[in-house]
Design a protein around this ligand. Sequence first.
Ligand code: AHR
Length: 485
Amino acid sequence: MEHNINVINNEESNVVISKYIQGQFAEHLGTGIYGGVWVGKNSEIPNKNGIRSDVIQSLKKLNIPVLRWPGGFFADNYHWQEGVGSYDKRRKIINSSWGGTVEDNSFGTHEFFELCKQLDCEAYININFSSGTIQEMTDWLEYMLSSKGSMAELREKNGHPDPWKLKFLGIGNESWGGGGNMRPEYYSDRYRLWQSFVRKYDNQPELYKIGVGPNIDDFNWTDVVMKNAHQFMNGLSLHHYGLTDVWNNKGDSVDFDEKEWNSLLYSIKKMDYFIEEHSKRMEQYDQNHHVDMIVDEWGDWLGPEKGTNPAFLRQQNTMRDAVMAATTLNIFAKHADKVYMANIAQMVNVLQAMILTDGPKMVLTPTYYVFDMYQRHQGATRIDAYSDNGDPVNYTISKKDGNYIVSICNTDYQQSQNVTITFANSLGNVNYNKDLHSRKMNAHNTFDDNKVLSLTNFENYKVMDNKLSVNLDRMSIVTLSFEIK
Ligand code: AHR
């Protein structure tokens, strides 16, 4: 099929694609933290301060801008005091959110900030809004951010004299469901109360406060929370996961057919509609766009990998997931004027992960490679364009540091696509040309064969002055970057 994409009015927009839309999420869930990231200082797995080096080395290459922690559901069971101080005194709790495993709290606040330091990313902490208290929240904030007082002294006693930097604060998680079954009226009043105790700390920027937003199409939630509390927040969250069928019938992550490819694609594409529709509700109360949309949980939620604990939400990751990730990142870019941050669920071993581990073994997933290509759009100016022929092709076009950057995804598992893009300016030298493709829908990397899918040099394009013609293989994702002449 032929697709012509033209840059609108030959002008670039002034919309910046926030780097934070390539954020990650890591929860105390299955092996998302324990085993996947944290192995402890005495582990035989090579580590730096308890954090496994192989995983960090790979994640560092993605330029991760922000990491959300400690949940998710787990956040509402998390009591931060139990995760600081000497390891032998840390309380062993039952992780009642995820499988009833014993959580020894060896990964706590200090370890999280060490992880952010090793990744060189911003921290996003979701506080315990359901089973915690305001006092517990303010103590934690003081512990992390204050340079004086008892909490600062305790932090120093525990080995970290200097306050850390925290940019994002989530006040609640899915409070409409697992986070408290609250009604939006109650949540918004409670949010107003709690946020009023979040203060600014010496030498720290104001915290960016994120309120709990809707689950998928719960427009009433958005309406009520925005009406009652928008003036007290910087961002409102949205959660949407891609499913192949109904919630209780999750399709397999490897054994699937064309029908399930299509149904998953249909499901993830609803993100476009949800952002559009929730934004309209938000704008009713927030005409000056003070509150951003924060999609702090998204990704494919498929059935558990065979032989794994279903409560650990471990799934394989195939070419299909890569196509879904690229399509979703393209949707976020399309709405870059509204979406300021997004956090894929989750970084390692859980749901649509970047990396899978098994003991000392590690493998990069196809989704990892999508993030690897797309990092070029972080903080770039989006270029608005229109296409004369929509599906099955979706794309992001941007401009950064004197380069045009183009990512195109062909969601068709049967046919290749020809795409021609007409730019405002002529294209100079190419400085990045990679693609991810496979002829098999469920192609995936394994510990034994980790090179089934990885980025390859992409040569199937032609440049003529200001025109770029690309031939995209079926189910493939391409990123190209050219100097602007
Ligand atoms: O990401 C897994 C879970 O999905 C999170 O803990 C919860 O917030 C959501 O329902």
